[in-house]
Design a protein around this ligand. Sequence first.
Ligand SMILES: Nc1ncnc2c1ncn2[C@@H]1O[C@H](COP(=O)(O)OP(=O)(O)OP(=O)(O)O)[C@@H](O)[C@H]1O
Ligand SMILES: [Mg+2]
Length: 261
Amino acid sequence: MSTVSVNTSLSVRGVTSGYGQVTVLRDASIDVSEGEIVAILGANGAGKSTLLKTIVGLLKPSTGSVEAYGEDVTGAAPDRITRKGIVLVPEGRQLFDSMTVRENLQLGAYTRPRSEQAESMERVFELFPIVKDRLSQRASTMSGGQRQMVAIGRALMARPSLLLLDEPSLGLAPIVIQETFEALKRLREDGMTILIVEQNANMTLKFADRAYVLDRGRVTMDGPASELAADPRIREAYLGIHTEQKAPLDAGAPAPSSDES
Ligand SMILES: Nc1ncnc2c1ncn2[C@@H]1O[C@H](COP(=O)(O)OP(=O)(O)OP(=O)(O)O)[C@@H](O)[C@H]1O
Ligand SMILES: [Mg+2]
């Protein structure tokens, strides 16, 4: 068992969570240390979004605990968790379409003093210059990639120390996905701690330091991202790479190279 150290950003212990009578997450435990990039992989319906929603207080766990920067925030209201520095970029962006880009960004700053807003926005523009040109447009007029920028920008307006991203590449063209990951890499270089859920396992395992696999609500594997990327089970289930032989003796043999690593 890992022990909680001073530089632990997030510690989820034995969390069971779901929707009313429906239990989705079962006894799930994950840790994120400061400065780490951690990925969550899992099939559709595995409970990835449920895990993120439970961390940020949108769902209350029925058992287990969530600790943010050393403080127990189990069952705490979302604004308290935001104030602790943990902010979610939700699946499907969840922008307010009829509002302008500026208004969407401002919503993200609701826990922060107004005096900070201009500076926070400048930081968003540094990362996503195009957002600055579109400030007075309605969010509905933006392309998918631009909407993702606004969604990430809105989260950054809360000045998070730990950014949670739920499938940021979903529905985006390959070139736009690459741009999104480039932006995430710049955030990483600036010291942001990131917990990312992704269907794009290939890119995500290259980006992350560590990863967990969720299978039907349970954490079934975890380890360094490079190790998981080389694991035949991960390669088959999440990278779409089929190793020819599954015998243990062949586990170390090079797999067919359909990716560039
Ligand atoms: N609001 C809800 N009410 C009831 N059940 C829900 C609700 N949201 C999700 N579920 C169910 O919980 C399970 C896990 O959902 P979750 O959204 O966490 O999966 P996921 O791993 O994020 O999947 P995906 O890759 O499709 O986003 C699914 O079976 C889903 O149908
Ligand atoms: Mg999801």
